[in-house]
Structures are given as C-alpha cells and as structure tokens.
Design a binder for this molecule. Sequence first.
Ligand code: AP5
Ligand code: ZN
Length: 214
Amino acid sequence: KRVILVGPPGCGKGTQSPAIKDEYCLCHLATGDMLRAAVKNQTPLGRKAKEAMDNGQLVSDDLVVGIIDEAIKRPSCSKGFILDGFPRTVVQAQKLDAMLDKQGVKVDKVLNFEVPDELLVERVTGRWIHPASGRSYHTKFAPPKVPGKDDITSEPLIQRKDDNPETLKSRLQAFHQQTTPVIDYYLKKKVVSTIHAEKVQGEVTAEIKKSLRS
Ligand code: AP5
Ligand code: ZN
C-alpha cells in the first residue's frame, strides 16, 4: 500500500505511523524527521531548511521533493510506504504523482487526520521526543515510564524547537493556507478517508486500521 498521512501539527501522524507500518510492512517516510536529522548533522540540506523550520514555515518544494524522490526509489520501499508530512502543497502532490507514474503505481489512501486547532496547543507543547528513534511522548497523554527518559533506551528526551505556542501559530497558518488544498486535490481522486484524530490514541489506531482494510 501507498498511504499518505495529512493533518495539522500535533494531530498524531508520527504517533500512529508505527502501528500502520508494522501491520503492512511499509516504510515510514517522515519529511519532518528527515529534515530535523539534516539540520542536526549540518548537511547542506539542513543548512537550507533550518530557518524556515525554526519559523514554522514550509521549506521549499524542491528540497522536500528531492528527499522523497530519492527515498521512494529505495528497494525497502518497493512494497509501499507511509508518507508522514508530505505532500504539503499542491505542487508537491503533483510532483509525487509524476514520480509514482514513472513506477506505474499510485496513491492508495490519504488519511486526513482531523483535530480542532484548540486541542493542538496542548498536544504540541506537552510533546517530548527521543531524537534517535523519533518516538514521542506526552507529559499528560502518553508519559514515559521515567520522566524525561526514553522507555526503551533510557536516553534523554528533548522538546522540538518549533513546539512553542508562537511557532505553532505559523505552522497552523501554513497548514490551513498551503496544505488544505492538498486534501481537495486528493478528494477529487476519491482516495481520502477522514480520521477523527481528536479521540484517544487507541481509538484513532482502530479507526485507521478499519479504513485501510476497506
Ligand atoms: P513535521 O515534523 O512534519 O511537523 P508537523 O506537521 O507540524 O507535525 P508534527 O510532527 O508536529 O505532528 P504529528 O502529527 O506527527 O504529531 P505527533 O504524533 O508527534 O514538520 C516540521 C517542519 O518541517 C515543518 O514546519 C516544515 O518547516 C518542515 N517540513 C516537513 N515536511 C515538509 C514538507 N512536505 N514541505 C515543506 N516543509 C516541510 O503527536 C503530537 C503529540 O500529541 C505527542 O506528544 C503525542 O504523544 C500526542 N498524541 C498523539 N496522538 C494523541 C491522541 N490521540 N490523544 C492525545 N495525545 C496524542
Ligand atoms: Zn510528526
């Protein structure tokens, strides 16, 4: 399967990805995670992306399209993939279609994670992540066993630089202005399922699994 997760910052894309990945043996391609790794390693890509990311704006289409173009050609992604956080503009969606056309495949499902904006502040400001694995926790909704430490490695958890109320405003604005047209783009192709992602984590997982089976 080739599945796209779309939704506002903090809606649960990263949290739900492992469950989908395991059930269908798909590869999980999260442009935000890849960009954060590039920034941390100070690669040329990271240097170009940093400012926009720190300001809660989208990085240029060319940069992210380049990352995805390279990633979906990997043999490990030949059975399918979950795209988490891509495409986020109509241009990115069109470029993705062109890449998939070349491979003779198409997008099977777009899961549209809906959460009201007012719930996202708490989700984002309470998030703590384990940078090496991408695992995320939440001080209230998904606390780690030992505060501030990853459950599996016991390594320290950190907060994302863009997870503050001010930068969240810009990220939400970017979502509403630039990414909601992507949902319309896929609605026309009749591949969109709405996920009620404001529910508790387990219920959201169940809804996703049901929608992928249909
Ligand atoms: P990215 O990393 O994609 O950030 P985002 O879209 O803002 O999404 P988040 O990662 O914040 O949210 P999520 O949905 O994964 O939430 P999570 O599951 O962690 O992008 C970052 C930046 O990179 C962008 O701003 C941009 O600059 C750049 N970028 C990336 N892709 C790009 C692209 N294609 N084009 C251009 N620029 C791009 O959950 C959040 C918290 O809530 C966690 O603490 C979790 O434990 C908790 N939680 C999850 N589910 C529930 C639940 N059901 N109930 C209660 N709490 C929950
Ligand atoms: Zn994420």
